[in-house]
Design a protein around this ligand. Structure first.
Ligand SMILES: C[S@@+](CC[C@H](N)C(=O)[O-])C[C@H]1O[C@@H](n2cnc3c(N)ncnc32)[C@H](O)[C@@H]1O
Length: 296
């Protein structure tokens, strides 16, 4: 075939390198949420939506408030904010998420495709920035915090929700982690990524947020619960509602995958047999405001 000799040996090596280049965490995240977008409202939203009222309440009156929402997903939070009089701009890395959000909130909100660590806005545009369970998915959370500080007006408020490090028993993510640690091969070449609960640890979070330009940081526990849809609830979450855990799951052999699925069903059944309709899934709210640098 003429095409390969025309590229030349070094061109061919470059082409092969590009094809072989390992994907970054950010690429996996983008592709993962594209895959999850259509099922997000059925699998993840029934839990994440429970954080919306506390997030919005942290901002006070929303009437005429210009809010930026990072990782806006399918637009549920934006819909509530618009109902309360806010003007909201959502930004998300997944085109499918952006499309669904636009359909959910056709008036009063604008949704843009973009990366939280490279915001397409002038400085000091927004009174408030919110982010509901987006930070665990950012490849560069420090850069995202710096960008938030840049686009917030002085004294503007930042509120975000995250998942704390899960307890091994009696929490949705803790049980998943326990089953994966029991059966999965953890050395399967996952892309380097920040720990998903890093911002829940005050020793990491507080210096990081302060350095980015925030003050008056405080946290609040969110007593969320993951509704049980049946014995396969946790399995469904892994294969249709997660990105990081699915990366681990999909790299296992079929035999190990079967053991993980059986382990998750067993843990879920323990709740169902006890007549439970949901599993505790604690979240955390982090609230701060932009520090004003006085030049006098
Ligand atoms: C767990 S979902 C949260 C969605 C919604 N905020 C909620 O609480 O239901 C994570 C979202 O983060 C988005 N995301 C991941 N990385 C991102 C990035 N670097 N910049 C902007 N959005 C990102 C995903 O596309 C996805 O919509």
């Amino acid at each position: 075939m003429a095409i390969w000799p025309a590229i030349g040996e070094s061109g061919l090596r470059y082409t092969v390198e590009i094809l072989m280049a390992p994907k970054t965490f950010a690429q996996y995240e983008q592709e993962g949420w594209q895959r999850n977008a259509a099922t997000y409202d059925a699998i993840d939203l029934p839990t994440t939506c429970q954080a919306v009222t506390p997030i919005l309440n942290s901002l006070g009156s929303l009437q005429d408030l210009p809010i930026l929402e990072l990782a806006s997903g399918t637009g549920y939070l934006a819909a509530q904010a618009v109902t309360q009089g806010a003007t909201i701009t959502g930004i998300d890395i997944s085109p499918k998420m952006v499309e669904i959000a636009q359909q959910r909130v056709p008036v009063g909100a604008t949704f843009l495709l973009g990366d939280a660590s490279d915001l397409p806005f002038e400085a000091e545009q927004f009174d408030a920035v919110v982010c509901s369970f987006g930070f665990p998915h950012f490849a560069d959370p420090q850069k995202a915090l710096q960008e938030i500080a840049r686009v917030l007006k002085p004294d503007g408020v930042l509120t975000f929700s995250i998942w704390p490090e899960p307890e091994p028993d009696n929490s949705f993510f803790g049980l998943i982690q326990k089953v994966c640690q029991t059966y999965a091969d953890l050395e399967v070449g996952l892309p380097p990524a920040p720990p998903s609960s890093a911002l829940a640890d005050p020793a990491i979070r507080d210096p990081m947020i302060t350095q980015a330009g925030f003050k008056d940081i405080h946290t609040q526990t969110l007593n969320l619960r993951w509704p049980l849809q049946g014995p396969e609830t946790m399995v469904e979450f892994i294969v249709k509602g997660s990105v990081r855990t699915r990366m681990l799951y999909e790299r296992q052999t079929p035999a190990v995958q079967a053991k993980i699925r059986a382990g998750l069903v067993e843990e879920t059944m323990a709740y169902i047999r006890n007549g439970k309709k949901s599993i505790p899934c604690p979240g955390m709210l982090v609230i701060g405001s932009k520090a004003v640098v006085r030049m006098d």
